[in-house]
Design a protein around this ligand. Sequence first.
Ligand code: GLC
Length: 446
Amino acid sequence: MNRIATILLSALLTAASFLPARAEYVTSAGAGYVPSEQVRESQREFAADRFGIFIHWGIYSMFGQGEWYLNYGPLADEYAKAARGFYPADFNADEWAKAIKGSGARYICFTTRHHDGFSMWHTGQNKYNIVDGTPFRRDVLRELSQACQDNGLKLHLYYSHLDWTRDDYPQGRTGHTTGRDSLRADWQSYRRFMDNQLTELLTGYGPIRAIWFDGYWDHDSDSVPFDWQLESQYALVHSLQPGCLVANNHHEDVKDGEDIQIFERDVPGENTAGYSSQALARLPRETCQTMNGMWGYKVKDTDYKSVDELVALLVRCAGMGANLLLNIGPRPDGRLPEQCLERLQGIGEWLKANGETIYGTEAGDVPPQPWGATTRAGNRLFVHVLRPDSLPAGGTLLLPGINARAARVFHTGEKVRISQGNAGMTLNIDKESAKGPDHIIELTLK
Ligand code: GLC
């Protein structure tokens, strides 16, 4: 066996342990939790979707400095006063939904309440919300939920466990200058508040396909582990909407009661950003990533990833059996930034032509490699060459363990030469004709 084949084979063997078993996404994470039939159905549907859009929008958008602005205070009361000036005159949920639908995304995950404690729906739990606390007085979540239903998009809700403004929230490692009185911490009271809010979200806003928790890590450096009592809260979610998926961006191993596994800023199996050392679970996966560098609107950050880069990211996620949850930080006027609209359109055009190699596929037999990734649908294996310059010299690519009947260029139907050997199958790729962002070769497996 030559050197490249050995490297590929060992990569494949290491990868085999973390690839989700084919058609086996719908298992539970731990021993004590068995997902209901409705959850399993949502898991299947979620895994087939492969692409969603994250929306980080709140009063922080007004400052144009990202969603963590309050944390870098001290701003306390001045920040809260900004709510009285929040009037996103151009907000149009239907326009958002149509632009997002056009990108080929199949769901939206919306920040209902971020760490700054401001609720983007008409909560009855306090007045610090979009209807009672701003002159806008419109329940944007209600409008978004309707727009999602009208445009055939599923709705997921981001919900922060952490709150930088409430005294009853037991203070963790962030938000030390946000004006809370830590002596008044009261977990029972805070937990009741959260459960009441979750009940509102899950009973008043139509079908919610997932609750996406975040902020758990605020207590990850406590000397005595903080007990978030997650299982009973997850049970509450499942009891209110039996098909609602529970996700938690805690950066740790999956816990009982969670239905999908989240990765932040990295394709599962990689950890360049430092949030993804958790073990890969046999659950549907999702990687969230920013389009520029920030989640919430940051006026100075114009460093947007190109359409080609975003397509490559989507493909590499799919190659690991994961969805891409791509973020947009809308402007304070309620519009999606032009750069984002352009990218949505570009990805949409690409997915229109290539969607069958992404939607409804599973992780391919060969895990992501420097040259690209593979996805699989039945006996069709799609070899996505994202970087032809990283192919072995001469364009001969050995795929260990693969036994194919035929190979063709997905875009042109042109035949690709294959040769079968003991170590696997070799594809002879014409590097010169490989067109970006993704040169796809479709194999028909024996
Ligand atoms: C991190 C950030 C948060 C952001 C989230 C999105 O947890 O703290 O601001 O909403 O990532 O993945």
